[in-house]
Design a protein around this ligand. Structure first.
Ligand code: AP5
Ligand code: MG
Length: 217
């Protein structure tokens, strides 16, 4: 199964992709995570992408398409992939259709997560992540069960993203509305779009996605 999670910054794509890995034995492919890893490693690609990400703009299509193509070539260990944060432009969506067709595969579903812009800013400003395993948290909506200790791996180190401040979030939202939103229509025309209310609490969104994928919503 190949799924796309589509939604603005802070919609909960990463949170739900992590849950889907468990629920459906899928492997998450996040272009945001791949790019941040390249920035942290100081590779040439990371140097090209870092400034763009800090401004909240989109990295060039050929770079992210290359990352996904390379990763699809390596194959998956599970039942398929969840694409988190890719595609984000029509050119990326067309490239994905081509990449999958070359491999005799097809996209099964695109889940659009709908969240109001004001809620997104609040979610992003309060976000932090385990520095060791990447588990995501929020100051108000998802705190570790034991304060200061990661639920998943027990680490006590947490990080906040450099692009998680109000000014950059506004630019990321602008990029979403201008460049990514047209994908909703693109996938609706293909009959693949499933929209869920991303304003509900995390467990409810998880169940709504499950129902949408099983065709019972
Ligand atoms: P990327 O890493 O993809 O960031 P994004 O799209 O801006 O989305 P986020 O990761 O901020 O949000 P999310 O939807 O994953 O939400 P999360 O689950 O963390 O991209 C970063 C940058 O990389 C881009 O700006 C661009 O420069 C570049 N890039 C990446 N891919 C690219 C591409 N394909 N093309 C070009 N450039 C690309 O949740 C957010 C917070 O809310 C968390 O704290 C979470 O705990 C909390 N939360 C989640 N769900 C709920 C809920 N239901 N209720 C309450 N709180 C919730
Ligand atoms: Mg994310």
């Amino acid at each position: 199964m190949i799924l796309v999670l589509l939604g603005p910054p802070g919609a909960g794509k990463g949170t739900q992709a992590n849950l889907l890995e468990t629920d459906r034995s899928l492997v998450k492919l996040s272009t945001g995570d791949m790019l941040r890893a390249a920035v942290a490693a100081g590779t040439e690609l990371g140097r090209k992408a870092g400034d763009i990400m800090e401004r909240g703009a989109l990295v060039q299509d050929d770079i992210v398409i290359g990352l996904i193509a390379e990763r699809l070539d390596r194959g998956g260990e599970g039942e398929g992939f969840i694409l988190d944060g890719f595609p984000r432009t029509i050119a990326q969506a067309e490239a994905l259709d081509r990449l999958l067709a070359e491999r005799g595969e097809t996209l099964n579903a695109v889940v659009e997560m709908q969240v109001d812009d004001d809620a997104l800013v609040k979610r992003i400003i309060g976000r932090f992540t385990c520095a060791n395993c990447g588990e995501g948290y929020h100051d108000d909506f998802k705190t570790p069960k034991v304060p200061g200790v990661c639920d998943r791996c027990g680490s006590k180190e947490f990080v906040r993203r450099r692009d998680d401040n109000e000014e950059v979030v506004r630019s990321r939202l602008e990029a979403y509305h201008a460049q990514t939103k047209p994908l909703i229509n693109y996938y609706a025309k293909q009959g693949k779009l499933k929209s869920v209310d991303g304003m509900a609490e995390i467990g409810e969104v998880r169940r709504a996605i499950g129902r949408a994928l099983d065709g019972s919503a």
